[in-house]
Design a protein around this ligand. Structure first.
Ligand SMILES: O=C(CO)[C@H](O)[C@H](O)COP(=O)(O)O
Length: 244
């Protein structure tokens, strides 16, 4: 039986956009070739930064329409509460597939939080969204294996910087986690987030990531955002054997 090839996805992080022109910035990178938009939701507790809530997210959804996949990364101590709020304002998705990604941090549930994490994933699916789990650089990858084995999540996000701020340096020491996951799960979506740009994308992709988040490299390129997005995609294609 022919298995579906791994999708290669470039997701600019709106954290580095001009928030004064959020809708236009989102459309600009979509026109420049972005596959998803990565939306960093920070609550000032899980990380020492605060970004956007459901009101602004609703405006973003209205600006880009229902067809765009909004890949929300909840850096919040209460993901259950915030995911409900974001899903509520996400609008009526009539498409065949979810248009909302809900990535929560495993760390918020503590050491015996597997039951809560599984319940959250189930709720995310009931909301017709796509569940994923994220790990800080210091969290061992083994923590999320039960969620992947149970097919509770569709994606694992490996942070390649400490969460909280854009524009930090890529941490290559996080890549063994990616390699471990890719060897074990050939078809799992694995996302790298933090310090990804044209000089680091190959390392992340060769380790096994098929989804690259990039904030400052894409938005910092101004009118050249399309060139950066294309470069990131080429790194993914080189690593995953698509024709470049
Ligand atoms: O999750 C994040 C920070 O917590 C951001 O998505 C990430 O850092 C992307 O920004 P950059 O590409 O500039 O590192």
């Amino acid at each position: 039986m022919q298995s579906k090839p791994l999708a290669t996805i470039v997701a600019p992080s709106l954290l580095s956009c001009d928030f004064g022109n959020l809708g236009a910035e989102a459309k600009r990178v979509l026109d420049a070739g972005a596959d998803w938009l990565h939306v960093d939701v920070m609550d000032g507790h899980f990380v020492d930064n605060l970004t956007l809530g459901p009101v602004v997210f609703q405006g973003l959804r209205r600006a880009v329409g229902q067809q765009v996949f909004l890949d929300c990364h909840f850096m919040t101590t209460a993901p259950v509460f915030w995911i409900e709020q974001f899903a509520r304002v996400n609008g009526d998705n009539q498409g065949p597939a979810p248009n909302l990604g809900c990535t929560f941090h495993y760390e918020v549930f503590g050491e015996d939080g597997l039951r809560m994490a599984l319940a959250l994933c189930e709720r995310v699916r009931a909301l017709r969204a796509r569940p994923a789990v994220a790990l800080r650089p210091s969290t061992p990858v083994e923590a999320v294996l039960p969620l992947v084995d149970a097919a509770a999540v569709d994606m694992v996000l490996i942070m390649t910087v400490e969460p909280g701020h854009g524009g930090q340096s890529f941490m290559p020491e996080c890549l063994p986690k990616v390699r471990f996951l890719r060897e074990r799960y050939p078809l799992l979506d694995i996302q790298a987030d933090g310090g990804i740009g044209l000089t680091t994308a190959d390392a992340a992709a060769q380790a096994g990531c098929n989804v690259l988040v990039s904030g400052s490299a894409v938005f910092g390129a101004g009118p050249d955002a399309g060139r950066v997005i294309a470069g990131l995609r080429e790194a993914l294609h080189r690593a995953h054997d698509h024709s470049v």
